[in-house]
Design a protein. Sequence first.
Length: 155
Amino acid sequence: MFKNNDSTIAGKIQLEEGRGGKLKFYAFNHNKRRRVHIGTLIGGTYEKVASILRQPEPSLCVTTSEFGALVDAGAQFIRIIAEGATYSISVPDFKRQAVEFYLPAYGPQLRVPLRAWQYSSAVTKRNSRTDAPALVRSVMDVIADKRERQLNLFG
């Protein structure tokens, strides 16, 4: 496991399988000098509790190593519980909207402004049918799909 004086562990994410197919994400916290639980992948939704970043604009952040780990684990949505509300976004939308940001206490981050997240004032037990936002597809993707399904008259 982690050692208190091991500087090579900064930013590394460890995964552990939990009950019911949950995948738990852990990282080393330098202030607490120990490994802490940072989020859980349940089905296709990565869920965590975090605070809202106020500057340079209201945003929610995920560390770059955490984002890489959740993508590798197959997450399709990110759900963050912050300040008595729930914020959800699809992983492709998060990646498209993300801005690199550095927080001295947490290291390299990817932040996405609150306006890009789907907001819910309810904080309830996770339900993938109600809290996972629809994947936003570009108009060009929809057109390309329709073209692929159309039959060619000339063979």
